[in-house]
Structures are given as structure tokens and as C-alpha cells.
Design a binder for this molecule. Structure first.
Ligand SMILES: NC(=O)c1ccc[n+]([C@@H]2O[C@H](COP(=O)([O-])OP(=O)(O)OC[C@H]3O[C@@H](n4cnc5c(N)ncnc54)[C@H](OP(=O)(O)O)[C@@H]3O)[C@@H](O)[C@H]2O)c1
Length: 334
């Protein structure tokens, strides 16, 4: 079978195609024929050695993917041959809190990922995916979608009528937008692009703010919410000082990413007085993934896909993501 490997972490031309034997499942493992994968920002960061965790190379990249179960070990009970499954992002995170050992069980680094024709996973590390989704759509769920779901409904308790602010128009933010609309919430989206903001309106965004034209975006959030602020804020940029101004009393800021800056200077008193929950996001566990899948199936929700590449063009998919400018997930079909 064919597998892509990153040979080292500094050169993207290091993504090379290799020939490997098809692995065989042990007693509690399943062999999946991978059908589609989708890229996350971390896949690019890992490739360039910018990911804030130790990763050993060579590595089969990409955490998120979906495939068909083609063989199972004799003790496997959770799935059967023919099922369509996704690998869970952190293979050992079933429920509760994460731990260093659970972080070490992440697909696409440190564990080999799914940019390969076949993969063996533990039966505990897979979930069935909603039947109405295409393979590419189902492949988008493990990291970005489960993170968004977990912040709003596992660590958060979003209710109808509340306001969610999502920063940017990336994978996590678009899923947060879609899930928040399912729950009857009002959603404000920020972006640096008017064109993208126009497109997110079609996805249900109630209000949009261009942060290039309105750098003091927190004040605009206050205006839009009659001074109240956003109950939930998905922070992917790192502009925490403004996020603290934009969040409501008792609201939650989910610290998901730091695409703009990693170090932020904040007024701690502002968080204390506002009783703000600063919530570090760490993707999501299997229980959250399964709860999310039930909601996706019930509401026939479709993830937003920007573009799908062939397996042969996988390096081109990485380059496309690095260029930015996309809206929605970038997929690779096997
Ligand atoms: N903690 C966790 O559990 C977890 C899980 C998933 C992802 N993440 C992290 O969260 C971040 C977002 O992930 P993603 O998959 O949604 O990424 P993505 O699909 O690459 O999208 C990121 C979006 O953020 C905006 N953006 C990018 N650079 C920016 C900058 N310098 N300043 C302001 N906005 C910027 C862009 O939107 P516009 O072009 O519309 O402005 C872009 O589309 C990444 O850093 C990722 O590593 C963390």
C-alpha cells in the first residue's frame, strides 16, 4: 500500500510517497481502508516543525480521516467489516479530562496519521460517522468539528438565544457557527475579508465584523449585543485583551488557537469582575464526537468543504492550505 511520510520537519518537499505492507489488525484492532482525509492547521504546523509538542519523524501526517472497516481482530465488538468509521483525534480519549498520555495518542503526530491507504486503529479509537455525509464531509469531523462541539456543549452549555462570537472563518469557527445555529443561538463572525463574511452570512451568521476595517471589534460586539457582550467566544487569534472586552458577564472564552499572537497582555481584574471562564480547548473526547454525530445526523448538517484533492496531489493540498484564502475544509480523496 502507499503512504505519505514527512521525512523531517523543516522542508515541505519532504512529504514523500512510500510503499509499506498492509498492516494486520491485532485482537482488539480494526483495519480501515482510508477513503478521505481532511487537513487542519496543525498538519501544516507539524510539517514545518512549528507545532508546540515533540514529534518524531518520519511520520505519516494528517489526523482526520474516514474509511471502511475491511478486517477486525477476533475480540472486536464495537464495529464490524463494512462499517464506515472515523478515527478519533486523540485515540485514548474516551471521556473526562485529557492527560499527557492521552495527548501522546494523537493521530497525525505523535502517532502516524491517515494519509495512507490502510491504517490499523484500536476499536476504541473509532466512531461510526453519519450516513448522509460523503466520505470527504465525514473526514472533516475528528479535530475541528469536535473541538467546536466540545467548547459549546461539553465544556460549555450553550442555550437558545445566547450569543456566540467566532473569530475568523476557519474550520473550527465554521463548525462553531453551524452548531450554534442548530442550538438556536445568535452568531457573530469576525474575519479579515468582506468576501468571506458575505459567504458566512449564507451559512447563517447573524452579524459580521471585518476586523481590518473595525480593529476595535470588541466595541462593535458590545454595540451589537446592547452592551451585553458574547456569551461564548471562540478565540483562535490570540487577541485576548479585546476578547475580554467582548465577552458577557459569566461568559466563556475558549482558548483554541493563537494564529495572530501567542503571548497576550490582559487585565486580570477584567476577567475577575466579569466572572469570565477562560477555557483552554483541547479538541474533544469520543463521547463528544458521538454526541456531535447524533446532532449532525438529526439535522442533516453538511460540513463546509472548500476543495478536494486526489491522493496523488496531496502535496498540492498542503500548499493550497499554506496559501490561506480558503473557506471551509481542504480534503484529500483516496
Ligand atoms: N486547541 C484545540 O483543541 C484546537 C483544535 C483545532 C484547531 N486548533 C487551532 O485553532 C486555530 C484555528 O484552527 P482552524 O482549523 O479553524 O484553522 P484554519 O481553518 O486554518 O482557519 C483559521 C482562520 O483564522 C483566521 N486567521 C488566520 N490567521 C489569522 C491572523 N493572523 N489573524 C487573524 N485571523 C487569522 C482566518 O480567517 P479569515 O481569513 O476569515 O480572517 C482563517 O481562515 C489553529 O491555530 C489551530 O491550530 C486548536
Amino acid at each position: 500500500m502507499q503512504a505519505y511520510q514527512i521525512q523531517q520537519s523543516t522542508d515541505r518537499t519532504a512529504l514523500s510517497l512510500t510503499e509499506r505492507p498492509i498492516p494486520q489488525p491485532a485482537r482488539d484492532q480494526v483495519l480501515i481502508r482510508v477513503r478521505a482525509v481532511s487537513l487542519n492547521a496543525r498538519d501544516i504546523q507539524i510539517m514545518h516543525g512549528h507545532y508546540p509538542a515533540a514529534i518524531a519523524f518520519p511520520l505519516v501526517p494528517v489526523s482526520d480521516g474516514v474509511g471502511e472497516v475491511v478486517a477486525v481482530g477476533h475480540a472486536v465488538q464495537r464495529v464490524k467489516v463494512g462499517d464506515r468509521v472515523a478515527g478519533i483525534f486523540r485515540q485514548k480519549w474516551i471521556a473526562g479530562n485529557a492527560s499527557p498520555a492521552i495527548r501522546q495518542s494523537t493521530l497525525g503526530g505523535p502517532l502516524d496519521g491517515l494519509l495512507q491507504e490502510y491504517a490499523v486503529l484500536n476499536e476504541e479509537g473509532v466512531v461510526l460517522v453519519p450516513a448522509h455525509l460523503s466520505d470527504e464531509e465525514a473526514a472533516t469531523l475528528p479535530c475541528a468539528a469536535t473541538t467546536a462541539w466540545s467548547e459549546l456543549f461539553t465544556r460549555g452549555q450553550l442555550k437558545a438565544g445566547e450569543t456566540v462570537l467566532v473569530q475568523g472563518t476557519g474550520g473550527v469557527s465554521l463548525f462553531a457557527l453551524q452548531f450554534a445555529k442548530l442550538a438556536g443561538a445568535r452568531v457573530i463572525v469576525t474575519s479579515r475579508s468582506d468576501e468571506k463574511l458575505e459567504r458566512v452570512r449564507a451559512l447563517g451568521a447573524d452579524e459580521v465584523i471585518n476586523t481590518e476595517k473595525t480593529p476595535a471589534w470588541a466595541a462593535r460586539v458590545r454595540d451589537l449585543t446592547a452592551g451585553y457582550g458574547a456569551d461564548y467566544l471562540i478565540e483562535v487569534v490570540g487577541d485576548l485583551a479585546q476578547s475580554l472586552q467582548a465577552v458577557a458577564y459569566g461568559g466563556q472564552i475558549s482558548l483554541v488557537g493563537f494564529l495572530g499572537q501567542r503571548i497576550a497582555k490582559i487585565d486580570i481584574a477584567q476577567a475577575i469582575v466579569g466572572m469570565v471562564r477562560l477555557q483552554g480547548a483541547n479538541a474533544g473526547h469520543r463521547e463528544a464526537f458521538e454526541a456531535m454525530n447524533r446532532a449532525i445526523a438529526l439535522h442533516h448538517l453538511h460540513p463546509v468543504i472548500d476543495q478536494t484533492f486526489s491522493f496523488e496531489d496531496a502535496p498540492e493540498a498542503f500548499r493550497y492550505m499554506e496559501q490561506g484564502g480558503y473557506l471551509g475544509k481542504i480534503c484529500i480523496r483516496l
